[in-house]
Design a protein. Structure first.
Length: 513
């Protein structure tokens, strides 16, 4: 295939009434082969536009020929969200467990095409892309004279193997990104067409400055924030812009004050540390990467920082919502109430981040993998986090916990470099500020013994050192690592059934290499 030899790009605006007609003018379903790749450029992998463009092409081609849209993004599946369906079962189940395509196919409401999601359980994406079961699935589609549109983002592991099974591709990319995208695909594949985002609208004329607001009437922004129960200082802090001396103040209840004071003290008053030179890749043993420095943030860092802000705001909003609704007291605590005033208090960081390594449908497999990783890299704590996804229970193997997203991201990169994680993606740095506190112990040996005892009962836990304002550290036994209370509900039920404490707390502690 010669670079540059492909049809003219078709602009696609998901909000335009004529968008599908434009696609039909450029793509003839009768002329297409039985299987076509849909490959977005790297910068569009997480774009809502790209997902909507895939849906639009499937709509445009559906008619006299059955169209089957399949999501092959096993690492970050997203098409089911755009279509308003679930990701419980999908192509991974068809490949791994022999399910038929008919069983895992979904007909989304109002859509003229069929859809097969990636599937919630996809432990080895590269193996799935090269799985021999594709011969059977492609034969099923061919027997129905169906047109397969296989969504597979550029950079997806195993894409080259799957691309060898098809002869055509449709590229989703802006004009400057088409050639670099095509260059990374097999030379034997034919570009059937290119779909690009619509041109941005012309800039709006400048808006005149508003007239000064009389001193007796506060600005509308201030009024709106006051009605929401937050001061301007609170909103600035959530955006990471509050002056160092500001304190977030919310309504008067002590529980709210305690939680917000904890969040403010742990996450807004950290002095930046200098960052040492990174160790050579071959130097043993593994060392946790340094904390974030004061260097300017790049786009990836800003994304992770935004996730942290959303996580903190979600926890606080849930907590306040429960109080203002007049319901029972929330069971989320700051993790720092430890006796009467004047007694030593926990003084560790809020450990709000984890790195997702792998996911298993059997606890024994996840525990065995965690043990193997722990032996390979004793400088990193690996733990198991049970979650429920669409009525199915999965066991995530996580690394951490970490106090900031930059450390988590650097740890992820280091684990990939050492072959302990297959790929580094931003979605694998998870905001997980909440965990269940099972117990506190003066001696680490006692905490480890309790962890071992619970492991024998099928309850995954881990031990974190927590420094105190005075005296020695204590050792907390935690279970789970979650973004919010709803995600933790399954583990809460497991702990209750085992007769264990199910207090969901902000996870605090100190992690040392």
């Amino acid at each position: 295939m010669s670079l540059g030899l492909w049809p003219e790009a078709v602009p696609f605006d998901p909000d335009s009434d004529t968008a599908l007609d434009e696609l039909r003018k450029h793509f003839d379903p009768a002329a297409l082969p039985s299987a076509v790749l849909l490959v977005p450029a790297r910068n569009l992998r997480d774009s809502a536009w790209a997902s909507k463009a895939a849906r639009g092409l499937a709509r445009a081609l559906a008619g006299n020929r059955t169209v089957v849209l399949i999501d092959l993004d096993f690492e970050q599946p997203a098409l089911h969200t755009v279509l308003g369906t679930t990701n419980a079962e999908g192509v991974a189940d068809a490949l791994l467990f022999g399910a038929s395509l008919e069983r895992v196919t979904i007909r989304a409401a109002g859509e003229p095409f069929e859809f097969v999601p990636a599937g919630a359980f996809a432990p080895e994406p590269e193996q799935l892309m090269s799985h021999p079961g594709w011969s059977r699935l492609l034969a099923e589609l061919s027997a129905r004279n169906a047109l397969l549109l296989a969504w597979a983002p550029l950079g997806a592991r195993g894409l080259d193997d799957f691309a060898g099974r098809v002869s055509s591709v449709v590229i989703l990319a802006d004009d400057p990104d088409v050639t670099p995208t095509v260059a990374l695909l097999p030379e034997t594949i034919r570009v059937e067409g290119v779909i690009k985002p619509p041109a941005p609208p012309p800039p709006s004329p400048p808006v005149p400055a508003p007239a000064p607001v009389p001193a007796s009437e506060p600005p509308a922004e201030t009024r709106g924030e006051a009605q929401a129960g937050l001061t301007t200082s609170a909103m600035d802090w959530l955006q990471g812009e509050a002056p160092a001396g500001d304190r977030v103040r919310l309504p008067k209840e002590e529980a709210r004050e305690a939680l917000m004071a904890e969040l403010r003290a742990r996450q807004s008053h950290e002095a930046p540390e200098s960052q040492p030179e990174p160790a050579p890749a071959a130097e043993p043993p593994f060392r946790l990467p340094p904390r974030a420095s004061s260097q300017p943030e790049n786009g990836h860092r800003r994304l992770l920082r935004a996730v942290a802000i959303v996580a903190v705001f979600a926890v606080v909003s849930w907590f306040l919502g429960r109080l203002l609704a007049g319901g029972p007291e929330p069971t989320v605590t700051s993790g720092s109430e430890d006796g009467a005033p004047g007694e030593p208090q926990p003084a560790g960081d809020i450990l709000g981040f984890s790195v997702a390594i792998e996911s298993y449908d059997r606890l024994a497999d996840a525990m065995a993998r965690g043990d193997t990783l722990g032996l390979a890299e004793p400088g990193v704590l690996f733990y198991i986090v049970p979650v429920q996804v669409d009525s199915a229970t999965f066991y995530r193997v996580m690394a951490g916990p970490m106090a900031d997203s930059a450390t988590a991201d650097a740890t992820m990169q280091a684990l990939v470099a050492r072959g302990l994680k297959t790929a580094a993606t931003p979605g694998d740095v998870r905001s997980t500020p909440l965990a269940f506190e099972i117990g506190r112990y003066d001696l680490k040996e006692d905490a480890v013994n309790r962890m071992t005892e619970l492991k024998s009962q099928g309850i995954p836990t881990y031990v974190v050192e927590v420094p105190y304002t005075r005296g020695p550290s204590r050792y907390y036994v935690y279970s789970g690592a979650y973004f919010g209370p709803s995600e933790a509900e399954h583990m809460r039920l497991v702990l209750r059934q085992a007769g264990l404490q199910d207090t969901l707390v902000l996870r605090v502690g100190r992690i040392t290499p």
